[in-house]
Design a protein around this ligand. Structure first.
Ligand code: HEC
Length: 185
């Protein structure tokens, strides 16, 4: 008696498992499957991350400041006007295809010296050196972290996350930091 119950349970499990797997096969054929790699990419950027200003950052370097300025005022390599500064490529190879490099488009949210139609979602970064650095209200580490991952200082920030997402490399965040800190006309 006990043996037959066991057998019955076993066969039910087998039948159920088979029908479930058959359904699964049918579903993949019937529907467009979402792009799993995109979903994983989205899930991977969740954690706010602390970063330290790298020693290799050259905050007074004019070429670094020029790169930061270019990133700040442009959306991407296709839309960017004028020659890219030394060390910046307008187009990058991705999966064997040439694609416009994404820049910061920081002007979409921030006003700053020379901004064309600077946005006001973020604070005005004009006269930053005099207002925030000379007064020691901010330092390079603060700015680097803000640009790299603003969620560390402000969990509810509306600012884009740039290093955790790998939108920019460490040295490019250095360039942006150098530009924000620089004295501008
Ligand atoms: C979508 C809008 C948005 C974009 C794009 C954006 N920011 Fe911000 N940013 C903000 C907001 C909002 C704040 C204030 C809240 C905070 O500090 O997190 C801020 C704060 C900052 C601060 C701190 C100012 C201070 O001293 O308190 C800096 C520096 C800064 N952003 C630089 C940048 C740079 C550089 C870029 C481009 C790579 C950029 N932002 C792109 C919205 C934006």
């Amino acid at each position: 008696m006990k043996k037959s119950i066991k057998l019955l349970t076993l066969s039910t499990v087998v039948i159920l498992a088979t029908s479930v797997s058959l359904c699964a096969v049918d579903l993949t054929k019937a529907y467009d499957m979402p792009d799993a790699s995109k979903m994983i990419e989205k899930d991977l950027l969740k954690e706010p991350t602390k970063f330290t200003l790298p020693k290799s950052c050259k905050l007074d370097d004019l070429e670094s400041i020029a790169r930061g300025k270019f990133f700040f005022h442009n959306l991407n390599g296709k839309k960017a006007k004028g020659k890219a500064p030394k060390g910046v490529k307008k187009f990058v190879e991705k999966n064997g295809k040439k694609k416009p490099k994404q820049f910061g488009n920081c002007v979409a949210c921030h006003n700053i010296e020379g901004a064309k139609g600077g946005g006001n979602i973020g604070p005005d970064l004009s006269n930053y050196k005099k207002l925030f650095l000379d007064t020691k209200a901010r330092d390079a580490q603060f700015i680097y972290q803000k640009i790299a991952d603003a969620r560390i200082d402000n969990p509810n920030t509306h600012m884009t996350i740039n290093l955790t997402t790998k939108l920019f490399s460490e040295s490019e965040i250095c360039d942006l930091t150098a530009y924000v800190m620089s004295e501008k006309k």
